[in-house]
Design a protein around this ligand. Structure first.
Ligand code: NAP
Ligand code: G4F
Length: 342
């Protein structure tokens, strides 16, 4: 029998790459989708035809229990979240509910469907659980590079909500003996990245300027540094974590850090453009509290899981710029369509 995986956040960047990876590994893949007429669902149905969809919402406990009952998964990957950091200041309560309390609701759905109680631990056939934790939890970092033991100091309501989900996952592992793990993932990008995140905003901006559709690109803090990797590499790590002998948390990143300014230089350079002629610094795009520097130490994942990233920062940036040049040259809509979807 094929192993079954249930993915929340199937309509997002990571959901798409993870579904493809698990399908290649022979899994039966189920995806949780929300809303009465979610505009991203037709795209998932068209492009991930072998994925079975089940309705549910991270805000609705009953829907998650029903989804787990219906899919009967061996593995649950909780990727669903409000994931755009600036939005978490504008809608802090909603972010807490979806990104934080949503983790509790998924864990409870697994616990209830597995018949686990405080006095009766997990059964022989365990549902394994992956939580999408974030390097945003490190926030104002206490040390560099960041490891699994680096303390958290989140700087946004999003980071705080992720820290709650992270500790709760650890707690369900310790309280109920569940195979529940967190991947502390550093920024990972791709041509499927949402247009609101800085890498895609830059690759789309470069493509628009190159094609004569725009002349400037407005950005916020150019000095922030991130450890940027390729999303296709990072979803392999999620699967490796749930395939390990023991449930443990891992830091996943490349170990290299670059500033937004370096990102901009690389992206404009990939299109043969001079960034200083086009980029406008806009202080209204600065955040109330910034995460200045993130850099992973992925040694544990390398030694225990055999995980390595395969795409360099330079190749990632070039890949995204080339994909957006093709997308816009074909007259397609970046919000609706994507050149690298299968
Ligand atoms: P993404 O593209 O923003 O996708 C987020 C997903 O969450 C979407 O499928 C969205 O579905 C779903 N969602 C939002 N609210 C929901 C709700 N109430 N109920 C059910 N689903 C809901 O994010 P991503 O980049 O793929 O990231 C995946 C996960 O990893 C997220 O949890 C993110 O916080 C975390 N993470 C990401 C990174 C990164 O660099 N990408 C790094 C560390 C951690 P709709 O289509 O219905 O809106
Ligand atoms: O691309 P970003 O919006 O990503 P951020 O805030 O690092 O969050 C992403 O990575 C986290 C992992 O560390 C995830 F958990 C989270 O879900 C998300 O995927 O911003 C990156 C940096 C920030 O320092 C920001 O201030 O880019 C800076 N920046 C400068 N100008 C900008 C802009 N960011 C955006 N989105 N837009 C700008 O115009």
């Amino acid at each position: 029998m094929a192993r079954r995986a249930l993915i929340t956040g199937i309509t997002g960047q990571d959901g798409s790459y993870l579904a493809e990876h698990l399908l290649r590994e022979g899994y039966e893949v189920w995806g949780l989708v929300r809303g009465q007429a979610n505009p991203r669902v037709p795209r998932v149905r068209r492009l991930l035809q072998d994925v079975r969809l089940v309705r549910g919402d991270l805000l609705d406990q009953g829907s998650l229990i029903s989804a787990v009952e219906k899919a009967q998964p061996d593995e649950v990957y909780n990727l669903g979240a409000i994931s755009f950091v600036p939005m978490s200041w504008e809608q802090a309560e909603l972010t807490g509910e979806v990104t934080g309390m949503g983790v509790l609701r998924v864990l409870e759905a697994i616990r209830v469907c597995s018949g686990i109680t405080a006095s009766r631990g997990s059964s022989a056939r365990q549902i394994r659980f992956y939580q999408a934790s974030s390097s945003e939890m490190f926030g104002q970092v206490r040390e560099t590079p960041q490891t699994e033991r680096t303390p958290f100091h989140p700087r946004s309501p999003y980071g705080v909500a992720k820290a709650y989900g992270h500790f709760l996952t650890q707690n369900y592992r310790e309280s109920y003996g569940m195979f529940a793990v967190s991947g502390i993932l550093f920024n990972h990008e791709s041509p499927r990245r949402g247009a609101e995140f800085v890498t895609r905003k830059v690759s789309l901006g470069v493509a628009r300027i190159k094609l004569g559709m725009a002349s400037e690109l407005r950005l916020g803090n150019l000095e922030a540094r991130r450890d940027w990797g390729f999303a296709g590499d990072f979803v392999r790590a999620m699967h490796l974590m749930l395939s390990a002998a023991e449930p443990e948390d891992y830091v996943i990143g490349t170990g290299r850090t670059h500033s937004v300014r370096e990102l901009v230089e690389a992206a404009f350079g990939a299109a043969g453009l001079d960034w200083e002629r086009h980029v406008v610094c806009d202080s209204s795009l600065h955040r109330p509290a910034e995460v200045d520097l993130l850099c992973a130490d992925p040694k544990k994942a390398r030694t225990q899981l055999g995980w390595e990233p395969t795409v360099s920062f330079e190749d990632l940036v070039a890949m995204m710029v080339e994909a957006d040049l093709r997308l816009l040259a074909d007259g397609r809509d970046p919000e609706q369509d994507n050149p690298s979807w299968p």
